[in-house]
Ligand binder design. Structure first.
Ligand SMILES: [Zn+2]
Length: 389
């Protein structure tokens, strides 16, 4: 049976403007129509002075992490069962914030793949999960505790194949050091071009995307040479590399909110000194990298890296606010957090925009986020596949 949702404004996730006094009709979990509120069925839900838009898409999360000072150590200490329950809680936090799809780019033992299955089976109320399973790092490389270690082209190829076999719907590669490890710097290159290329090949052969964690120009260029679909973080991007990303159509997922959160809350949480120092380094550079990418017209998808210290799940609205603060228009930021992110996840035909035939992932917020992005904080309604979970 068709149900109509009427609101003062409808933002479809791709356009510049909004439809004033609009409605979205939902039937069998999909969108039947989008347009002005005319000739609506009797069972219309009137949302009043709200904006109806596509559910948000967070392209970079870690469901196993709890946003504590050293989340990877919590996972190491606690039982598997407890970690699984924590993932379920984190998934629910996303949904409550209007995030109806997440991409998990690294989980201990590939747990996020199972969380995605649980959501699909209706066992768990959460966002749809595109999961990388275990991230692939060189021995001792960044975030090995969120994944697996592999060295040499053959081993990295095999690792990618094994993750796909285990149910991964994307592949995550660690192209540089990062903020969390004791004995690494964000800029130091890790997996080589020769190692990443076969993993990217395997991902593409299986119709999946490959994402690379990379901070420095050297590491980003290695990842671009290997053919990845997105650069995660990319904080030290320069003009030349930005040009190359635009040419190749490679997405940037800037994750600015994680550094802002860690800088603000890390020391109070008791994060170790090495995390505080490295956070300060990438925080400033990251804003500049985002501006360069924006100017050059590099495709951008919004992702939070939530679960990291001081950065709880369901914080995509904060990432979008920071994008606006750094120079994006609210409409751009909203696209980065809906249609553009869906495109990067390979779900552009299914979610991220309000169009007939797409899945009915709807978010209604009070006020008008195309004028003031902070309106995203006041959630009125969230539907995934047409269901109020
Ligand atoms: Zn991450």
């Amino acid at each position: 049976m068709a149900v109509a949702y009427r609101a003062a404004r409808v933002f479809d996730g791709t356009s510049e403007g909004v439809i004033e006094d609009g409605a979205v009709v939902v039937e069998d979990g999909r969108i039947a129509s989008v347009g002005p509120a005319r000739g609506l069925p009797p069972n219309t839900v009137d949302l009043g002075d709200a904006t109806l838009m596509p559910g948000l898409v967070d392209a970079h999360v870690h469901l196993v992490w709890d946003a504590s000072a050293e989340p990877h150590e919590v996972v190491e200490r606690e039982s598997h069962a407890l970690t699984v329950l924590r993932c379920a809680k984190n998934a629910a936090l996303h949904l409550r914030a209007g995030v109806t799809t997440v991409r998990d780019v690294g989980s201990a033992d590939g747990l996020a793949v199972e969380i995605g299955r649980a959501v699909e089976l209706g066992i768990l109320s959460g966002p749809r999960v595109v999961a990388a399973g275990r991230a692939i790092a060189m021995t001792g490389g960044h975030g090995w505790f969120l994944g697996r270690e592999a060295d040499g082209p053959d081993a990295v190829r095999r690792a990618a194949r094994e993750e796909i076999k285990a149910g991964a719907s994307c592949i995550k590669l660690m192209a540089s050091g990062g903020v969390y490890g004791h004995a690494e710097e964000p800029g130091s290159p890790q997996l080589t071009v020769e190692e990443m290329r076969p993993a990217v090949e395997e991902a593409h052969k299986a119709g999946r995307k490959a994402a690379a964690h990379a901070y420095s120009v050297e590491a980003i260029n290695n990842a671009l040479e290997a053919g990845v679909d997105s650069v995660e973080h990319g904080s030290f991007l320069d003009r030349e590399t930005v040009g190359r990303m635009r040419e190749q159509g490679t997405y940037l997922v800037p994750t600015m909110s994680v550094y802002a959160a860690m800088a603000e809350k890390g020391p109070g949480l008791g994060s170790p000194e090495y995390i505080t120092r490295k956070t300060a380094e990438v925080l400033e550079a990251g804003g500049e990298a985002f501006r360069l990418a924006l100017e050059a017209g590099v495709p951008v998808a919004a992702g939070t890296d939530c679960g990291a210290p001081g950065h709880p799940h369901g914080t995509l609205p904060e990432e979008l606010r920071l994008m606006v603060e750094a120079g994006a228009t609210p409409q751009q930021a909203l696209r980065f957090g809906t249609s553009a992110a869906a495109e990067l996840l390979g779900l552009g035909d299914e979610v991220g925009a309000l169009e007939p035939g797409k899945r009915a992932d709807l978010l209604a917020v009070a006020g008008d986020p195309t004028l003031d992005i902070r309106a995203l904080r006041e959630v009125r309604l969230v539907l995934r596949d047409g269901v109020d979970l």
